[in-house]
Write a protein that binds this ligand. Structure first.
Ligand SMILES: [Zn+2]
Length: 133
């Protein structure tokens, strides 16, 4: 059992359950590249169902789309202003490379943000496992 995290930001950073901030949303760490996608259906600590309704996490693609757009804009700004507007192929290569490298990050945090924002779940500080089954 992990320790309870009071901070919302830290709970999101560590991909903890939005209700108890204790159970992990994902079964493996993000750097375990062959299985970072594996997701717990139910919180191991409080029993919250993460997939709030069938297909709930399809909405997370809007979050990952927004994250990719933000990344592309930042890459463009950095390449343009810091590296003096290199050839188009450089933009393309950097953006494709970052998309591949950041895939586990984008996948996980789009789901974390989506669940925290639209899951309709509030942090219950005093929650005990026996309270919810
Ligand atoms: Zn929980």
């Amino acid at each position: 059992m992990d320790t309870k995290i009071d901070s919302l930001g830290l709970a999101m950073l560590h991909a903890k359950c939005p209700r108890c901030h204790q159970g992990d949303m994902f079964q493996y760490k993000w750097w375990q590249l062959s299985k970072f996608i594996k997701f717990h259906q139910i919180c191991s600590e409080c029993g919250l169902r993460f997939d709030r309704e069938p297909g709930f996490f399809h909405g997370a693609m809007y979050i990952s789309y927004a994250m990719i757009v933000a990344m592309v804009v930042n890459v463009w700004l950095i390449l343009y202003f810091v590296f003096g507007d290199p050839a188009f192929e450089v933009y393309l290569t950097v953006i494709i490379f970052l998309n591949i490298v950041l895939l586990p990050f984008l996948f996980r945090y789009s789901r974390v943000i989506y669940l925290y924002a639209f899951g309709g779940v509030k942090f219950e500080k005093q929650l005990k496992k026996e309270d919810h089954k």
